[in-house]
Design a protein around this ligand. Sequence first.
Ligand SMILES: *Cc1c(COP(=O)(O)O)cnc(C)c1O
Length: 400
Amino acid sequence: MKKNSQTALIHAPRKAPQYISTVQPPLFRASTIIFDNTDALFNRHWTDRYDYSYGTHGTPTTFTLGDNIAQIEGGTYSLLAPSGLSAINLVNSCFLSQGDEVWVADNIYGPNMEHLRNLQKRYGIHVKVYNPIDASTFQPTDKAKLIWLEAAGSVTLEFPDLTSLVQKAQAHHMLTALDNTWGAGLAFNAFDFGAAHLSVDITVHALTKYPSGGGDILMGSVVTRDETLHHQLFRMHAIQGISISGDDAAQVQRSLASMQIRYEHQSQSALQLLEWLKQQPEFSQVLHPADEASAGHQHWKEICTQQHSAGLVSVIFDPQYNLQDIRTFCDALKLFKLGFSWGGPVSLVMLYNLKDMRALEHSHLKAGLLVRFCIGLEHPADLIQDIENALQHLNKPQLE
Ligand SMILES: *Cc1c(COP(=O)(O)O)cnc(C)c1O
């Protein structure tokens, strides 16, 4: 049949070859997936992991990435979401119902706490906050459904007693969900950790950070080892229309090959900064789980057996520096850029007022304004130089 030129453009004669080998897997972009015939249409099983029926349910591109993420984290099944926060929402909306109690660490990723507070207000879900460095503050009732863990916690980087928390949650038949963004599946295995070989039920990972590694893509994942949990999540993922673009998946897939090398490099750089930061009189406290003085250091040492960490270090300024001083310092940095997120090539800085961020009292944290450094891939000596220069811009009161 001779086609009109407009039709010929759409039904081009050449098809992509099926059997050439490339370093990266082929990229599928799909909303529509074309069925061979009506038999295939009527026999589709979109709830099967690898049945291709519509773009939102997955393509070989998204399944390839999802399988890799599950493998990195030590899990079996995975689902992908358009951001880390969207992956958190998937877990909360899948497992929390009216009247349920959810336990959350005081140093959990802030927007997760906000998301839960919103659920509390609108749907009668009870949000209970525990102190990440005192497992005895986790007191589940028989309404307790889910506990959120994060190791190390956001901004203040305390490493919790995961062993006690998970054991207690399991004794109460609660689900355990770990925000695994900091460890990224590389610092420890959330599905087999500690001397007791414990496992959480679910991990959430902001792939925006280390897996993307570029500071340019947003994505999240939810990984489990449990088929039943996965199926519940899979259904919720589908009915909420959560999906990601094939292009974004291919970009993250491409970055995975270098992820461990980047993670370990940034882990080492952070240690070098840590040692230097501890010597500076402007800071009254330096927070990093590898530091013996940091809360939860012993748990980090036991659980992160390779002694790796994400490239994050926070400092608390001596209280004689006010907000204007800290802003002057941040504005004077040249290599560290002012921005949210981490895990990319560019080092970032962010300032926080702890007083507005925590529900509980934390006697282990000194008073003062907090600055978090996110270490990129620059040479650590240059980063130290950058901070040293910026500190010169502060009007130095008399420090002993
Ligand atoms: C960044 C981050 C998230 C959220 O990821 P987004 O992709 O930015 O939504 C969740 N948890 C932690 C610990 C994070 O650092």
